[in-house]
Design a protein around this ligand. Structure first.
Ligand SMILES: [Zn+2]
Length: 109
């Protein structure tokens, strides 16, 4: 069973307690009425869908109910780390901020 670390509950829980919530770090434009149709399309519809490392939002829907971010490999389905929503992208911040550690292990069996 895949275990996912919730950064708020501070424990690993079964994947059945969580729900994927899309790509992380999508910034809403400050004035959405002033952007072009192409910029709106990019913001609202287009996502990266990478093969390999992906930065995703997840929700601990059957636990604390809170949203958090995760770094997951889409090929192996392994979580490299999870961190609280609102923290900067892990590649763009001081490594001492947030838990910064791999907290989930295992793969679907
Ligand atoms: Zn939780």
């Amino acid at each position: 069973m895949l275990l996912i670390h919730c950064p708020y509950c501070r424990e690993e829980r079964p994947e059945l307690e969580f729900r994927h919530a899309g790509e992380a770090h999508i910034a809403r434009p400050a004035d959405i009425t002033s952007i072009s149709d192409e910029e709106f399309t990019q913001f609202f519809f287009l996502r990266t869908n990478p093969k390999g490392t992906a930065h995703e939002r997840w929700r601990h829907i059957h636990g604390c109910g809170r949203f958090f971010n995760a770094v997951r490999d889409t090929v192996t389905d392994r979580f490299a780390m999870t961190y609280e929503a609102g923290l900067p992208h892990p590649d763009r911040r001081d490594p001492d901020i947030g838990n910064g550690k791999a907290k989930s292990k295992g793969a679907k069996t």
